[in-house]
Design a protein around this ligand. Structure first.
Ligand SMILES: [Cu+2]
Length: 143
């Protein structure tokens, strides 16, 4: 009996419980969006560079890097405003908060999350020179 109590306490203390409040949100089908980090011509931009999302919806954001150099998808304020269900890359699945993804040439990743707070959030690739060259974007979350 004591063991059971300890076990329950442990479960309740895990961050995953925060997800329970949005449990029904996690069952809704995810809207798929693809964003390319640069392109085969190595242009320093996100395609598309403007995303419009709705708060309280579940999304499956597929990130690809079809260029010959690595890039980052960095949107810290956005990442703070959502609930990340998981990030899948290759055979690895990562649970919990994510702020930034680095994609090597040819890499692909899937970020599944639920938007929570409306707002305008910046997106950029912080590799020296890339933000300055225009590798930026905007994520708009509306009600
Ligand atoms: Cu870049």
């Amino acid at each position: 009996m004591l063991q059971l109590l300890v076990y329950l306490t442990f479960i309740c203390a895990t961050p995953a419980m925060a997800a329970n409040t949005s449990g029904s949100l996690l069952k809704q089908p995810a809207t798929e969006i693809t964003v390319r980090l640069s392109n085969p011509a190595n242009e320093l931009k996100f395609e598309p560079n403007h995303l419009e999302l709705v708060a309280g919806k579940r999304y499956q954001l597929r990130l690809t890097n079809p260029s010959q150099q690595k890039h980052y998808f960095t949107a810290k304020d956005f990442a703070d405003s959502i609930w990340t269900q998981k990030v899948e890359a290759g055979k690895v699945e990562i649970k919990g908060a994510i702020h930034e993804l680095e994609l090597k040439p040819g890499a692909e990743a899937e970020w599944v999350f639920v938007t929570l707070k409306p707002g305008n959030y910046g997106l950029r690739c912080p590799i020296p020179g890339h933000t300055e060259a225009g590798m930026t974007g905007e994520i708009v979350v509306t009600n």
